[in-house]
Design a binder for this molecule. Structure first.
Ligand SMILES: CC(=O)SCCNC(=O)CCNC(=O)[C@H](O)C(C)(C)COP(=O)(O)OP(=O)(O)OC[C@H]1O[C@@H](n2cnc3c(N)ncnc32)[C@H](O)[C@@H]1OP(=O)(O)O
Ligand SMILES: O=C([O-])CC(=O)C(=O)O
Length: 376
């Protein structure tokens, strides 16, 4: 009997397991977390509520949310040994390397001794990752050893506070809240799948998250928001952007922040973050970057029917909040760690080691040649 073979490089279109966490391109506006539409969550929820929903399986009551926020606040401090490691990392390191090292070092210091502790480890990572990146950034760039224990109620405001040394405006705190919600979870994307593969070997949660950070870093995944920023800030006007985009397309360059492995016509997160980018542009009196971004979107749709994914308008939105470009992808980590951990819990609850097969394309049989008889 001929072997039935599923096609699709990159496992595209093949189911690699089950999840109750998220649908992509299936219902509602196109993205749901545990049945809640992303538009509803972005409009009404706090990021910490979404984190609770993903990690604990239901929306929290008022008392549960208050307790969860208080718990996250209590976990923002960093151990001295971790601060010492962060202080060794040079200023020109990529911040995603800092995130990777930070998550890994925390795993050395606060090892997950048993899977019974997984909720505690997840809470610690959600609380500590913003502190890790901000501590390193402020030490390596400003020479300051900051106190990472702020009293801000939200993760987004906490991060901006540490970064800028003062509590953010309401607009910035709200924009960060929505951004973290949009980035929190996305089914079997590359970084989440990395985390699940690692979890399937019964490894610890820090290892799963450290591996996932490595996968998120690449420009085809989370790194696209930084690459998009580098592109748009090179354009002086919408007309310049139009010329530049057409040149890139003529050279068959890949344009970061556009296209998606699953969505075919639009990414539901784009309309939401685009509105926030416009509000933030008005707030800073921008007359270039936002119109340039809109023109890029128009050109890509007109020329290639390619649409902006979640990353494209995040670039200008973060820029308008004074966030350095190289910190864009670490913010994605701060959000996605909730999804990664929830997927690890799900994998552990119904585990079989993930071990696909490969189609062999090498030689059939080779005769052994003694080393002194080999050419070259
Ligand atoms: C939050 C996130 O992680 S969202 C993704 C962020 N990544 C990016 O923005 C990077 C740019 N985008 C891409 O590289 C791709 O669109 C990916 C990686 C997101 C998806 O890749 P795939 O599933 O392989 O894309 P898909 O099959 O839809 O591509 C179809 C065609 O469009 C082209 N295409 C897709 N995206 C782009 C792009 N951004 N720029 C130019 N051409 C593109 C592909 O090269 C392909 O052309 P081909 O058939 O001539 O080879
Ligand atoms: O789903 C994907 O392939 C990439 C993505 O949009 C995400 O991880 O948010």
């Amino acid at each position: 009997m001929a072997e039935q073979k599923l096609s699709g490089a990159g496992l595209r279109g093949q189911s690699a397991g089950e999840t109750a966490l998220c649908t992509v391109g299936k219902s509602g506006s196109g993205l749901t977390y545990r049945g809640f539409d992303i538009q509803t969550l972005a409009e009404h929820a706090r990021f910490e509520e979404v984190a609770y929903l993903l990690l604990k399986g239901k929306l929290p009551s008022r008392a549960e949310l208050d307790a969860y926020i208080a718990r996250l606040k209590s976990l923002r401090g960093l151990p001295d040994a971790l601060k010492t490691v962060l202080e060794q990392i040079p200023a020109d390191a990529h911040p995603m390397e800092v995130m990777r090292t930070g998550a890994s070092m925390l795993g050395n210091l606060e090892t997950e001794e048993s899977f019974d502790a997984q909720q505690n480890v997840a809470d610690r990572l959600v609380a500590a990752l913003p502190s890790i990146i901000a501590y390193w950034y402020r030490f390596s760039h400003d020479g300051q050893r900051i106190d990472t224990a702020t009293d801000d109620d939200s993760t987004g405001a906490h991060f901006l506070h540490l970064l800028h040394g003062e509590a953010p405006s309401r607009l910035h705190a709200d924009a960060m809240n929505v951004s973290l919600i949009l980035y929190a979870e996305h089914e079997f994307n590359a970084s989440t799948f990395t985390a699940r593969v690692c979890a399937s070997t019964l490894s610890d949660l820090y290892s799963c998250v450290t591996g996932a950070i490595g996968s998120l870093r690449g420009p085809l995944h989370g790194g696209a928001n930084e690459a998009a920023m580098e592109m748009i800030e090179g354009f002086a006007s919408p007309d310049d952007a139009e010329r530049g985009m057409l040149d890139k397309l003529a050279r068959k360059e890949k344009i970061m922040g556009f296209g998606h492995a699953i969505y075919r016509e639009s990414d539901p997160r784009n309309a939401i973050i685009k509105q926030w980018a416009e509000r933030l542009a008005d707030d800073v009196g921008d007359r270039v970057l936002y119109p340039v971004s809109v023109r890029c979107e128009e050109v890509m749709w007109r020329e290639k029917k390619l649409f902006c994914n979640a990353d494209f308008f995040h670039a200008s939105a973060y820029h308008f909040m004074g966030i350095p470009t190289k910190l864009f992808t670490p913010i994605f980590v701060m959000a996605r760690v909730t999804g990664w951990c929830a997927h690890v819990f799900e994998q552990r609850a119904n585990n079989r080691i993930i071990r696909p097969s490969a189609d062999y394309t090498g030689p059939e049989h080779c005769d052994w040649v003694p080393i002194d008889q080999r050419n070259g």
